[in-house]
Design a protein around this ligand. Sequence first.
Ligand code: AP5
Length: 214
Amino acid sequence: MVKMIFLGAPGVGKGTHSNLVAEAHGIVKISTGDLLRENVKAGTELGLKAKEYMDAGGLVPDDLVIALLKDRISKDDCGKGFILDGFPRTIPQAEALSGITEIDLVVNLSAPEEVIIGRLSGRWTCKKCDAIYHELNIKPKVEGVCDKCGGELYQRDDQKPEVVKKRLETYQKDTAPLIDFYKSKGSFIEVNVEGNVEEVNKRVQEAINDKLNG
Ligand code: AP5
């Protein structure tokens, strides 16, 4: 059983690399961004509320996201552990999480802002399975089609340059303080994610295994 959090700025590669680590450890990856987008797509009450914050590059209110996450990690598929991608994103969310469950390791991914912006603007995501591609770095075999499930690839609404700018500001203001919050609690590692996916995946997996086994 292992429970991890992946922290990092929008577009740094949390989704890409947490998917690979979750696969290697045989655990589920939970992205609050994916859960919120599913609600937006399904037109639920939560989705309708969340959409206005997401489209503006802000954060969805803590009480809504905490309830969503609490429900998700109570599901049977979390029995062997999980990786949280995009949660917590504020100190109140981190404090709420510590009252719900214990976390074994926090992994902070870092890269310069120009790398992050390049990654975000070229991203394509599968509508069906949320697999992540990049138009220059990680191309699907057939343009516009997911290699894994054959689903259609799309670009997210929040990839527009003006929304990206706002998301990066929101990250600095609300989420970056979590680095010191978790550093002070002990089980924390930081990994630089510059480089191609294979190199970075190796670096991330080695750092995690060293910390968990050391
Ligand atoms: P969310 O979906 O969590 O978005 P994010 O954190 O802003 O991060 P992204 O998903 O954009 O990027 P990523 O770091 O996962 O990078 P990726 O792997 O895709 O949240 C969206 C919104 O939902 C938020 O703005 C907020 O409104 C709301 N929300 C979510 N959680 C919330 C919470 N807890 N509280 C309140 N509101 C919340 O990679 C990016 C690109 O780079 C891809 O194209 C990928 O192929 C490429 N790439 C990745 N790694 C590499 C590499 N090593 N080399 C080359 N290319 C790479």
